[in-house]
Design a protein. Structure first.
Length: 585
């Protein structure tokens, strides 16, 4: 099916000229992408016309150039491939920026290498100052040994040190940091968390899950507003350079306030949907929601995020049966079901979207039970905060129900990595979105089978099984747990192979490229109630698109990994240009 020759906004007078026209491109509009249509192909569109940050016309060069006026900028794409910008459905922007500005341990190949990085950084800090950072992953190291407080003590010069594992569900603290937190052999494990101990009962320095890591975190001076601003700037530059034009983010409230200041100053160049902490009191959540316009297309508050368990890498994901490589351990569930159901229903009745982190099969079952109960009482967001949702697809971030259509709360489970066989159908019947990160498999396949055993592995990272049940599958990266680079995720989704191409994990769960692109653009926009304004290149949609160095629909899967972003455009503005030194320059 070919795209109609020219599509434009009917109400837009042809006498009004476009701000910018891009011509001579090879444009994937996304109009023919669909999770149930793997054979779909893009139409023949070569040009885009933009006015006021939105697309007003698409078609061939001759047709779209009708929108050229005396002040219209005309940009020649020289045949380059253009597609909608990626909507990353799951990131931690502040954590990513802070990690890059502190002790960045991403991809360090061994414990010795980690200690070298820490020692070098420590030498630049004053005595008594805290050393912070993260990104280490012991599963990548020879021997896979966990770091200890004693190892850190040797290179930190008495300074307290706290370093996150890459997944954010486990950290290591040195002796000075444990002492600052009052953690000793007598300290009991907090509920829903664990303090690792040696044969003598002394803390090893490893802290698992929030209730344990918070014992130390509460003693560390929080970043200043200026430090938060710098960290967010660093992360945003990284994200835009990889072709991501909108993010659904879980950072701290203080980071959201910094984002608000950036928006007011005109320096926020990427779309943010910021999540709130599910466990906060309802009155606090309602107050924060009311503090910012819900239909702000650049920055708005989104779902409430709660944690059902931890991670497979830290062996804290809650499983029905024990880990195959740790028979005495079934992970750490974070919620009592009755309490969770009560809190979920209360928040759903107040008009909040709910999203639950759930990795293990037990955790996913707990989340599905709560979301299924809460769907019965969910109500649409207050339209007084968001205009008239759905009345104008180019001006609203919220899709409201028609009088004859029940409200769909679009509840989500984040990660959904391991399921019981029958729970795929439950996602469909409970109308729950599976928000997943295919790049996780690139790392996890090195040890996932050992953790899970062959039976459970067949139901892990099972993207195709979700689509087969008609479940909405939204993709993201979990940045900085994984690189923000969406082309790694596309490669993982279509191959189920590691980046070296030497290992394959249950290839029957592979997707087509069109299915993966849909999940990374339109479905992730749907998960944020924004499918009418983001994820496609059509009139009325925001002019958020990327220019690539290759046609990713025509290359071998291996070549996806080498894809480079030449330009990133948000709201019609070039915010990243590979030929310049920074975004928009």
């Amino acid at each position: 099916m070919l795209f109609p020759a020219l599509i434009s906004i009917p109400a837009f007078s042809q006498q009004r000229s476009a701000d910018t026209i891009y011509m001579d491109g090879m444009v994937l509009t996304g109009a023919h992408l669909h999770p149930d249509d793997p054979a779909s192909t893009p139409g023949q569109v070569t040009a885009l016309a933009i006015s006021g940050g939105k697309l007003v016309a698409i078609g061939n060069d001759v047709e779209v150039l009708q929108w050229k006026g005396p002040n219209t900028r005309v940009m020649d794409l020289h045949g380059a491939f253009v597609m909608p910008g990626f909507n990353d459905a799951h990131v931690h922007m502040a954590d990513a920026g802070q990690q890059k500005l502190s002790i960045d341990l991403d991809a360090v190949p061994s414990l010795a290498a980690m200690l070298q990085v820490v020692e070098k950084y420590a030498a630049t800090r004053t005595a008594g100052s805290w050393l912070r950072g993260g990104g280490w992953d012991h599963t990548l190291w020879p021997g896979k040994q966990l770091p200890t407080r004693q190892a850190l003590d040797r290179v930190t010069g008495g300074r307290p040190c706290f370093l996150w594992r890459t997944d954010g569900h486990m950290a290591v603290a040195n002796t000075a940091a444990l002492a600052a937190a009052g953690i000793t052999a007598e300290t009991a494990d907090p509920k829903g968390a664990k303090i690792d101990r040696d044969a003598k009962g002394e803390p090893t320095g490893i802290l698992r899950e929030t209730a344990a890591t918070n014992l130390v975190l509460t003693k560390i001076p929080p970043p200043s507003s200026e430090e938060r601003h710098k960290a967010l700037d660093v992360a945003i530059v990284d994200v835009l350079s990889h072709g991501v034009t909108s993010v659904q983010d879980f950072s701290e409230w203080e980071d959201f306030l910094v984002l608000e200041s950036m928006e007011r100053s005109g320096t926020l160049k990427i779309r943010f949907s910021e999540w709130l902490d599910f466990t906060l009191p309802l009155a606090t959540l309602e107050s924060r929601r009311a503090s910012h316009p819900a239909n702000d297309p650049l920055l708005h508050l989104g779902m409430l995020k709660g944690f059902m368990d931890g991670s497979l890498g830290s062996r804290t994901a809650a499983m029905v049966e024990p880990y195959a490589d740790d028979p005495g351990n079934s992970g750490i569930p974070r919620f009592d079901q009755t309490k969770l159901n009560q809190m979920s229903s209360e928040r759903a009745a107040a008009g909040f979207q709910l999203g639950f982190h759930a990795i293990g099969d037990r955790a996913n079952g707990i989340a599905l039970d709560a979301l299924g109960t809460s769907e019965q009482v969910a109500v649409a967001p207050d339209t007084s905060r968001s205009g008239k949702p759905g009345s104008d697809p180019a001006s609203s971030m919220v899709v409201a129900p028609s009088p004859s259509t029940p409200y769909a709360p679009r509840f989500r489970i984040e990660h959904a990595q391991v399921l019981l066989p029958g729970d795929f159908a439950r996602f469909a019947t409970e109308h729950v979105i599976a928000s997943m990160q295919p790049s996780h498999l690139l790392t996890d396949m090195n040890w996932a089978s050992a953790r899970l055993g062959p039976k459970r592995s067949a139901y892990a990272y099972a993207w195709k099984s979700f689509l087969d049940q008609g479940v909405t599958l939204a993709f993201g990266t979990d940045y900085p747990v994984e690189s923000i680079n969406p082309f790694r995720g596309l490669y993982s989704a279509v191959t189920r192979k590691n980046e070296a191409g030497t290992k394959t994990f249950h290839p029957e769960q592979a997707l087509t490229l069109n299915q993966a692109l849909y999940a990374y653009t339109q479905a992730s926009a749907y998960a944020d109630f924004a499918e009418r304004v983001r994820g496609r290149l059509e009139p009325g949609y925001f002019a958020d698109f990327i220019v690539l160095d290759r046609d990713i629909t025509a290359v071998m899967p291996r070549d996806l990994l080498g894809t480079r972003v030449l330009k990133t455009v948000v709201n019609g503005e070039v915010v990243f240009d590979a030929t310049n030194t920074g975004p928009g320059r």
